[in-house]
Design a protein around this ligand. Structure first.
Ligand SMILES: Cc1ncc(COP(=O)(O)O)c(C=O)c1O
Length: 367
């Protein structure tokens, strides 16, 4: 693939909801296993649930616009000033705010082939042109992305690690990349899966890089390792100057009070976070061993999902799994019709998935 110029994004297809499948198959919701949206394998921290519940009791009151308790906790955790943080209902909403602030009609924004599709939706929602740069071995090709910058480029989206490929880049590569990018171009560094990959020694410590690269905007979320996807809280860390520009257009009550309360409590529940990370680490090993045994090829997984190659059978396998109450994610809208993306679940859920895969592959005799 060469560089593509697109004005319309591909269609975003969310993972099938448990309630949808239960309705279609007339089966009990409780028996369905969803490994389709890279959600946490365990529910939220009890502390987060309690905090959200208490906040619901006061749901007649507007949330505090600045979300100060959460802002202060994050500022302390990441050693930044509170005014460097911008909140939104999910990190995707913060990315949309960034596009709203910095993209004008006809401006160009760069994404990598196979990058998280929402970037393209956001760029076209703000009337930008999508410049899609070919991936290299499924990963972002940072050199090519840097070379694709032109006079109309205003934004670059990078996912580290990327969804659905799980590929990631090291700090030295990020620094070398940032050195090539003109300061007028904002670089959105999406670290939605940070908590699952921070153990990798060369994974970027991105926040200190803001001092050297003020055009960097880091986005983070409570939807993944903090298990709060349904409550919708994400944030950006940037220079105070960029945050000020975002704050100017942010709707004052864009994050709900229960979401702020839950995120603040979740952030302090180190024990629960460790439990989720451990479940993911164990599940990753379990699934990798199971895929190996079945002779399947897959991309190395560092976050909480795998991209697995099933060839021409991907679609029929997807349907087969649905009928057994297992939801995984087709990625044909990424141009990957022979792959399925599988989120790491609890040990028992992973076992069920591997069992179903075994039956399917035995019945078809083709790998
Ligand atoms: C790479 C990436 N970034 C961002 C998000 C969106 O997260 P949020 O729930 O914070 O909007 C996802 C969700 O799947 C993702 O995979």
């Amino acid at each position: 693939m060469g560089i593509q110029h697109l004005t319309l994004p591909p269609v975003y297809k969310p993972g099938l909801a448990i309630s949808e499948l239960a309705r279609d198959l007339h089966i009990d919701e409780a028996s369905i296993i969803k490994l389709a949206s890279n959600e946490a394998p365990l529910g939220p921290s009890r502390k987060a649930i309690l905090a959200a519940t208490q906040a619901v009791e006061k749901a007649h009151i507007y949330p505090e616009s600045l979300a100060s308790p959460l802002r202060n906790a994050l500022a302390k955790k990441w050693h930044v000033l509170g005014e460097q943080i911008t909140f939104g209902p999910g990190s995707e909403a913060v990315m949309a705010l960034i596009a709203q602030a910095f993209l004008r009609k006809g401006d160009e924004a760069i994404v990598s082939q196979y990058a998280f599709i929402t970037y393209e939706l956001i760029i076209s929602a703000y009337h930008g042109h999508i410049i899609k740069v070919p991936a290299r071995h499924f990963a972002h090709d940072l050199n090519k992305i840097a070379k694709a910058c032109g006079p109309k480029t205003r934004l670059i989206f990078l996912a580290n690690p990327n969804n659905p490929t799980g590929t990631w880049f090291a700090e030295k590569d990020l620094i070398a990349f940032m050195e090539k990018i003109p300061p007028r171009i904002k670089v959105v560094l999406d670290e939605a899966y940070l908590e699952f990959v921070e153990y990798l020694p060369s994974y970027p410590q991105s926040v200190p890089l803001l001092a050297k690269f003020p055009n960097l905007i880091i986005t983070r979320t409570f939807s993944k390792a903090y298990a709060l996807a349904g409550l919708r809280v994400g944030y950006a860390i940037s220079t105070a100057d960029i945050a000020k520009q975002l704050e100017r257009i942010r709707l004052p009550f864009n994050v709900s009070a229960p979401a702020i309360a839950a995120a603040t409590a979740a952030l302090s529940d180190h024990h629960h976070l460790a439990k989720i990370k451990l479940t993911v680490t164990q599940g990753r090993k379990q699934l990798a061993a199971g895929f190996d045994k079945l002779g399947l090829s897959y991309l190395p997984a560092y976050a909480n999902f795998f991209l697995v190659k099933f060839g021409k059978q991907a679609e029929s396998l997807y349907q087969f799994l649905l009928h057994r109450g297992l939801i995984v994610r087709p990625v044909d809208n990424y141009g990957l019709p022979t792959y399925l993306r599988i989120t790491v679940g609890k040990i028992r859920e992973n076992q069920k998935l591997l069992h179903a895969l075994t039956i399917f592959l035995q019945s078809t005799h083709i790998h």
